[in-house]
Design a protein around this ligand. Structure first.
Ligand SMILES: CC(C)(COP(=O)(O)OP(=O)(O)OC[C@H]1O[C@@H](n2cnc3c(N)ncnc32)[C@H](O)[C@@H]1OP(=O)(O)O)[C@@H](O)C(=O)NCCC(=O)NCCSC(=O)C[C@H](O)C(=O)O
Ligand SMILES: [Mg+2]
Length: 279
């Protein structure tokens, strides 16, 4: 997966919803996630899988295409992985990942050249597995961690408020594991699809925590996520000033300089270059 790809907006849709499958082709999300798991009723699991495979074969252009399989231990998991092993998708998203060993088992079915793995962190046991996921990521070609805030709140029996207060330490832990393992980190969904103000606040909170983007459930949520993640104009302007300041011969041989009344070190230069390259 190219690190130049963007992951600001990752739209889920049920693979059983033919209308949504068509509609998503014209939507400006960075990532399309076809769901086979919780958004699909048990009686539609097989047809949803077939629809996801057919849609993937048609392709989704430059966007990252991910299919969320049913979880390990469910009646549909093995058939999902077997079908996806031979399907042109960028990644298979494993839900409710409880144990890093599930990545190894999935990789064995998908094959080393098959789709990459993404993992949803949405259980207490998933939180405990974060260090193992970060250290073993390369072995399994695990490329992203996705916060599953609905299931996580249920499993923890916490009661998130509008500011997601009880979830914040766990969201930060997911970001930390992603950074340690060189993975993409995606924030959880906002269920309130008509609450624009809350969406804007939640996207800003996710960006502040360090997420690369947010998972979404409705087309109306894409614009806010695209606007919130990635460098702002002010950050780009700051980055350009930092690069220019270090390029000045006066900065030769210096590790730290003063800029706009603040200390700037070479670690900030690296961050500025990353921002300007939009990585
Ligand atoms: C939430 C919805 C069920 C709402 O659907 P609906 O009432 O049909 O919405 P609208 O009438 O406002 O839709 C307007 C048009 O947009 C299309 N649409 C809606 N949603 C999507 C979508 N996700 N992708 C593509 N297109 C979409 C409708 O078809 C309408 O089109 P048109 O006919 O042209 O007007 C619905 O939005 C939905 O199903 N969303 C996705 C649900 C989902 O995938 N859930 C699973 C992932 S989230 C999760 O599991 C949480 C996580 O695991 C955790 O634990 O937190
Ligand atoms: Mg979930």
């Amino acid at each position: 997966m190219s690190m130049k790809r963007r992951f600001r907006s990752a739209l889920f849709l049920p693979a059983s919803n033919a209308r949504a499958l068509e509609k998503v082709r014209d939507l400006p999300c960075d990532v399309v996630i076809l769901d086979l798991e919780d958004a699909v009723a048990p009686e539609h699991k097989a047809t949803a899988r077939d629809a996801a495979v057919a849609a993937a074969r048609r392709g989704f252009g430059a966007r990252t295409l991910v299919v969320r399989a049913n979880g390990a231990g469910t009646p549909w998991h093995d058939d999902d992985l077997a079908a996806l092993a031979a399907t042109p998708v960028d990644a298979v998203l494993l839900p409710k990942l409880d144990d890093a060993g599930q990545c190894g088992a999935a990789r064995a079915v998908l094959g080393m050249d098959g789709p990459a793995l993404w993992a949803m962190i949405e259980t207490a046991r998933g939180l405990l597995a974060l260090p193992s996921l970060a250290t073993g990521a390369a072995t399994w070609r695990l490329e992203a961690l996705v916060a599953g805030t609905n299931d996580l709140a249920l499993d923890l029996r916490c009661r998130p408020d509008a500011a997601r207060t009880p979830l914040i330490p766990h969201l930060a832990a997911i970001v930390a594991a992603a950074r340690a393992g060189g993975l993409v980190a995606l924030d959880g969904v906002l269920n309130a699809i008509r609450d624009e103000a809350r969406l804007t606040t939640e996207c800003a909170q996710g960006a502040m925590l360090g997420f690369d983007g947010k998972t979404l459930i409705h087309p109306s949520q894409i614009a806010a996520a695209n606007a919130a993640f990635g460098p702002t104009e002010a950050e780009r302007a700051w980055a350009a000033r930092v690069v220019a300041a270090f390029a000045d011969p006066a900065a030769d041989g210096r590790g730290a300089i003063a800029l706009d009344g603040a200390m700037v070190e070479r670690l900030h230069l690296a961050e500025a270059e990353r921002l300007l390259a939009d990585r």
